[in-house]
Design a protein around this ligand. Structure first.
Ligand code: PEP
Ligand code: MN
Length: 340
C-alpha cells in the first residue's frame, strides 16, 4: 500500500504514520517529494487491507494499493528519479555516464593502459571482470582477487570508480572490498541468493537483464536487492535472445523508455554484449543515448585480437574516443548536461 500524505503535512504526522505502519508489522519506505511525502508500506500482501485504517490519521490524504508487483522499484512509491552518487559520478542525473574497459582484467599492463585511455577519452567509470561467467569451463575464468587488486591500482592511478562482476553470494564481501559498483551479470539475474547478498552490501549494484527475462522479471530482481536494503540499483539492458542470428543478441532499445516510465532506477545500455561486433557498437551507443539511457557500458581493449574474452566486440581506445565525441552531440540534445 502507499500512504500519500497531504501537501504540507507535518513531520510529526509523517512520523506517527511510520510508527503505526511498523506497529502493524510492515516496513515503511519514505519518499519525500517536492510537493508531498509518500510512504510505501511493504509486507504481507494478504493483510494489506488493514493499512486502509491509516486514512483516518492526521495528515494523511489517501491510502492506495501499489498496482505493480515490484513495489520499491516502481515509480508509484517514489517521487522523482533515483540518482546514485559514486565518488564524483552521479548515475541517473543530468549527465549521461559512460562505463568503459575490457571484458576481463588480463594483466596489469593491459588494464592500466585501457584505464588511462578511457579516462582520457572522457569515461566516468572503469569496468573489468575479475570473476568471469564463461559459457565454457575451459575458457579464461578471470584472475579472481589478483584481478581485483589490479582494478584497485587502476582506480588509484586514474581516479575512475571500478565496476566489476560478482558471481556468487560467497564472493560479495571480497568483491565489495575492492569495487565501487557490484555488477550482477546476465546469467545471474535470477540468482536470488546473490541478489539478496548484494542487497545487504554497502555498494551500488549494476543489474544486467537476463537473455530471457522480461522487463517485469528484471524489475522483480531489482526488487530483491531493494527489499534487502540496498537502494542503489542501476538496470542494464544488454541484448536479449531472439530468433535473429545475425548478431550476438538483439538490443531491446524499447526497454529504455519503457523502464524509465515504470521505474525511478537509472537505466544503462551495454551495446557491446548486445551486438557482439565492434563495428556496430557506435551506432547502437548513439541510439541508446538518443532514446534516453542514463549511461552506457562499453568494452574497450588495447589489442582486441589477442583479448582473452570478447575481443570481437571490443573497441580499440581510438575508436572509443570517437564514440565519446559522437555521442556528446546527441547527449546535449536529449539530456541537460551532455556526457560524463
Ligand atoms: C560482462 O559485462 O562482461 C558480461 C559478462 O556481461 P553479460 O553478463 O551481460 O553477459
Ligand atoms: Mn564481456
Amino acid at each position: 500500500m502507499i500512504i500519500v500524505m497531504k501537501k504540507g503535512a507535518e513531520q510529526k504526522e509523517v512520523d506517527a504514520v511510520i510508527q503505526w505502519i511498523e506497529s502493524v508489522g510492515y516496513q515503511a519506505h519514505v519518499s519525500k517529494g517536492v510537493e508531498r511525502t509518500i510512504i510505501g508500506a511493504i509486507g504481507d500482501e494478504r493483510e494489506k487491507v488493514r493499512l486502509k485504517a491509516a486514512e483516518d490519521m492526521p495528515g494523511v490524504e489517501k491510502v492506495m494499493p501499489i498496482l505493480q508487483p515490484y513495489k520499491l522499484a516502481s515509480r508509484e512509491t517514489k517521487d522523482g528519479d533515483t540518482i546514485i552518487q559514486i565518488g564524483d559520478v552521479a548515475v541517473g542525473g543530468p549527465k549521461c555516464v559512460v562505463i568503459a574497459g575490457p571484458c576481463a582484467v588480463e594483466n596489469e599492463e593491459q588494464l592500466l593502459q585501457t584505464a588511462h585511455a578511457v579516462k582520457k577519452a572522457g569515461a566516468s567509470m572503469l569496468r573489468g571482470g575479475a570473476f568471469k561467467p564463461r559459457t565454457s569451463p575451459y575458457s579464461f575464468q578471470g584472475l579472481g582477487e589478483e584481478g581485483l587488486k589490479i582494478l584497485a591500482k587502476a582506480r588509484q592511478e586514474t581516479g575512475l570508480p571500478i565496476v566489476t562482476e560478482v558471481m556468487s553470494a560467497a564472493d560479495v564481501e571480497l568483491v565489495e572490498a575492492y569495487a565501487d559498483v557490484l555488477q550482477v551479470g546476465t546469467r545471474n539475474v535470477q540468482n536470488f541468493a546473490l541478489l539478496k547478498a548484494v542487497g545487504l552490501a554497502k555498494k551500488p549494484v549494476l543489474l544486467k537483464r537476463g537473455m530471457m527475462t522480461t522487463l517485469e522479471e528484471l524489475l522483480m530482481s531489482a526488487e530483491y536487492i531493494l527489499a534487502s536494503g540496498n537502494e542503489d540499483v542501476m538496470l542494464c539492458e544488454r541484448g536479449i535472445r531472439t530468433f535473429e542470428t545475425a548478431m550476438r543478441n538483439t538490443l531491446d532499445i524499447s526497454a529504455v523508455p519503457v523502464l524509465k516510465e515504470k521505474t525511478h532506477l537509472p537505466v544503462i545500455v551495454d551495446p557491446s554484449h548486445a551486438i557482439g561486433k565492434w563495428r556496430f557498437v557506435l551506432p547502437l551507443a548513439k541510439a541508446a543515448v538518443a532514446v534516453g539511457a542514463d549511461g552506457l557500458m562499453v568494452e574497450v581493449h588495447p589489442d582486441p585480437q589477442h583479448a582473452l574474452s570478447d575481443g570481437p566486440q571490443s573497441l580499440k581506445p581510438k575508436k572509443f574516443a570517437r564514440l565519446m565525441e559522437e555521442i556528446e552531440s546527441i547527449a546535449t540534445i536529449v539530456r541537460k548536461d551532455g556526457v560524463s
